[in-house]
Ligand binder design. Structure first.
Ligand SMILES: C[S@@+](CC[C@H](N)C(=O)[O-])C[C@H]1O[C@@H](n2cnc3c(N)ncnc32)[C@H](O)[C@@H]1O
Length: 145
């Protein structure tokens, strides 16, 4: 997902529904980007914080960061990653279009939730002898009309 978004050091990556923080950590460690994770589930957030610590990354998370994707302040993002239900993507769509700057890249794993347009990519990755197939979708937030 980060490769597809062509993440650079100057990017600010928001993983909406960050789970155990793996995308946040990869964005910071591999790509040198500033990364922010938001999750509704405090157990996942605690896991993410633990994993950030293990990865030697500073965690500025607090209970205040327990946000839903729909209420979070995301305007600083230059890249947004999503691995959420289609229904959540669909709810998020107006917020993404309203809050994100034109040119922001949005990558969704598996579910497009009718975010419409953009590039659809099927990535193949070999894992433990099994060929795993990942469907990724990339959108660029358009200029405001
Ligand atoms: C499939 S996991 C993806 C984790 C991570 N982004 C990844 O790709 O490895 C989905 C995560 O989204 C969180 N989530 C689901 N709905 C959410 C919402 N409305 N707001 C914030 N987080 C949400 C869940 O708690 C879960 O941790």
């Amino acid at each position: 997902m980060l490769k597809l978004a062509d993440v650079q050091k100057t990017d600010i990556v928001y993983d909406l529904g960050c789970g155990d923080g793996r995308i946040v950590i990869a964005a910071a460690k591999i790509y040198g980007a500033h990364a922010v994770g938001i999750d509704i589930n405090p157990v996942r957030l605690a896991e993410a914080n633990e994993n950030l610590k293990k990865a030697g990354r500073k965690s500025r998370s607090s209970s205040g960061s327990k946000r839903t994707t729909c209420s979070a302040d995301i305007h600083k993002a230059t890249v947004v990653t999503l691995f959420l239900l289609s229904s959540v993507n669909l709810k998020l769509r107006p917020k993404l279009l309203a809050d994100l700057k034109p040119g922001t890249r949005v990558v969704s794993h598996l579910r497009h939730g009718r975010l419409e347009a953009g590039k659809r990519v099927h990535g193949g990755q070999s894992g433990r002898g099994i060929l795993l197939s990942h469907k990724l979708f990339l959108w660029i937030i358009p200029a405001r009309k």
